[in-house]
Write a protein that binds this ligand. Structure first.
Ligand SMILES: Cc1cc2nc3c(=O)[nH]c(=O)nc-3n(C[C@H](O)[C@H](O)[C@H](O)COP(=O)(O)O)c2cc1C
Length: 245
């Protein structure tokens, strides 16, 4: 293997950071690496907000379900899907902007996620730890207002970055055969593969250094999808001008 694959296969989310700031210029270098991610039709339909005001950071941490690491991470970025830039280009050129297309929403969301994951890999290759924060979608209206987000922009997730102050185990992933298949979708082996993974995850949950529990992966999945997930998101996104058609 090479060093890039090593970095990718060593990923684990970090939720406790040393207070040391990033060296000068590193964050910018990381974001430049993020920007070089492929982007649909080169639209680059995202914007990243670096949250440096302590009061604002604290407020975001509260809105994200009081996740202390949002408050304490040396850096916290909010990745936003941004079709506003494209809308303004159309306005300036006096050409139509077709608002509300689901496809445009997907493009902006995917662009932002690819950029973010490039940032993650760049950061981890420099010895930093990261944790995505989807919980910024707990209070998206409040967060949008606090960050002065205009219409056609929404916060997708946050990202904590900093030097790790914990050494956590890698979380095992599904067996490769459960995700990589040839030509046609098949559920034929799922029961066997999931049983195998359940066993592995049960061991992991029981023996990991933090938040040990007796659970199986399939139990966790069922618990997640067995309840409504942020039901406010549909209305929020429509009010922002997304997902009209
Ligand atoms: C889009 C996204 C949102 C996430 N949101 C949170 C979050 O709000 N809080 C948190 O502690 N972890 C969050 N995570 C981290 C996941 O829980 C973690 O990636 C997953 O359990 C796999 O563990 P690993 O990253 O350590 O391999 C998020 C991950 C992703 C990709």
């Amino acid at each position: 293997m090479n060093q890039v694959i090593d970095v990718l296969q060593s990923h684990r989310s970090i939720r406790r950071f040393r207070p040391d700031p990033l060296p000068d210029g590193l964050l910018e270098e990381i974001v430049r690496a993020g920007q070089q991610a492929p982007t649909s039709s080169n639209l680059q339909a995202y914007r990243i907000l670096r949250i440096t005001e302590p009061g604002l950071r604290s407020q975001l941490a509260d809105w994200a379900g009081a996740q202390e690491y949002v408050r304490l991470a040396p850096e916290f970025l909010v990745f936003c899907a941004d079709l506003r830039r494209a809308q303004r280009i159309c306005q300036r050129q006096e050409t139509p902007f077709v608002a509300g297309m689901t496809e445009h929403f997907l493009i902006a969301t995917i662009d932002a996620a690819l950029c973010a994951q490039n940032c993650v890999v760049a950061a981890e290759s420099e010895g930093l730890g990261v944790c995505y924060i989807g919980a910024v979608r707990n209070h998206p209206e409040e967060i949008s207002e606090a960050l002065a987000l205009p219409e056609q922009v929404y916060p997708i997730f946050g990202l904590c970055l900093g030097y790790p102050d914990q050494d956590v185990e890698r979380k095992p992933r599904l067996p490769l055969r459960a995700v990589l298949q040839e030509n046609r979708y098949s559920e034929a082996e799922d029961a066997e593969l999931l049983a195998q993974y359940d066993q592995q995850m049960q061991q992991y949950y029981q023996h990991r250094s933090d938040h040990q529990k007796d659970s199986r992966w399939t139990q966790e999945v069922a618990a997640h999808v067995g309840r409504e997930a942020r039901p406010h998101m549909a209305g929020f996104l429509r009010r922002r001008g997304f997902l009209q058609r």
